[in-house]
Design a protein. Structure first.
Length: 266
């Protein structure tokens, strides 16, 4: 399924792989550079998926050799001659996409080959998990255009890294390898070239077989933890644990665990 085909050729492709929703940023001739219409399409698809319990995991990937080169610089140059309010609206739409990934109850996995630059880097940081090819390149390229980050790039890096490391990526705008991000704990898995999507899909399918409600609450707990006091987080953990304990999925999980430990009848 293809939605929105703006003038720069960017599209967002959506398909199902069983219980996994695959969203593909498609503009391979321009390293999958994005267009604001993609933001709104992605948000709509993610919100639809969030309400569909048959979708159990989501993979975000770029078509072809690259994940996403970020925004279209030619469009940004043209935007400078247009009203500021218009660009504010575009960024609000991008940020709605990032929040829709966080708010979705399903785990969202980025599969990164080639370049993840600018907004593309911010987008993959907005996913719950990241699988990257060993030769993938990550770059916060905003500063090279005298821009500051969008798409939550500064927030994600500030949460994940010491200030010195986050500022190095943001101020220098240099290329960072998948291996370095893996050592920092930002990238979960580094795989051979060409295997990022297959690995991410297999991981998503495994997670898709897990308990929907428990995974959703785990996401909520982790994403909310940074803004809470220790006591508030403990209270949130308590409430989520009890909600899960009395749910049907937990009952089935406990029964399966206990059954596996029972000795066979003689």
């Amino acid at each position: 399924m293809s939605l929105e085909e703006p003038s720069n050729g960017a599209r967002l492709l959506s398909r199902r792989e069983g219980a996994v929703l695959v969203l593909t940023i498609s503009n391979p001739a321009a390293r999958n550079a994005m267009h604001p219409s993609l933001y709104r399409t992605a948000t709509a698809l993610l919100r639809e998926a969030a309400a569909d319990r048959t979708v159990r995991a989501i993979v975000l990937v770029g078509e072809g050799e690259h994940f996403c080169g970020g925004g279209d610089v030619k469009r940004l140059a043209d935007q400078r001659g247009r009203p500021r309010e218009e660009q504010l609206g575009h960024l609000d739409a991008l940020h709605d996409w990032v929040m829709a990934m966080q708010d979705a109850p399903q785990p969202v996995i980025a599969a990164v080959e080639g370049a993840a630059a600018g907004g593309g880097f911010s987008l993959c940081l907005g996913c719950d998990l990241i699988v990257a090819a060993e030769d993938a390149k990550f770059v916060m390229s905003y500063v090279k255009l005298a821009l500051s980050p969008d798409g939550g790039g500064s927030d994600s890096l500030a949460r994940a890294l010491p200030p010195q490391a986050a500022l190095e990526l943001l101020l220098d705008g240099g290329v960072c390898s998948a291996q370095r991000l893996h050592a920092w704990g930002v990238v979960n898995r580094v795989v051979p070239h060409g295997e990022a999507f297959a690995t991410a899909l297999a991981w998503a399918q495994r997670l898709a077989a897990g308990p929907f409600d428990a995974q959703a609450r785990i996401k909520q707990l982790v994403h909310a933890a940074r803004g809470r006091t220790r006591r508030d987080q403990l209270d949130a953990e308590r409430d989520a644990f009890v909600d899960n304990l009395y749910g049907d999925e937990c009952g089935a999980g406990i029964e399966a665990f206990l059954s596996a430990r029972r000795p066979p009848k003689s």
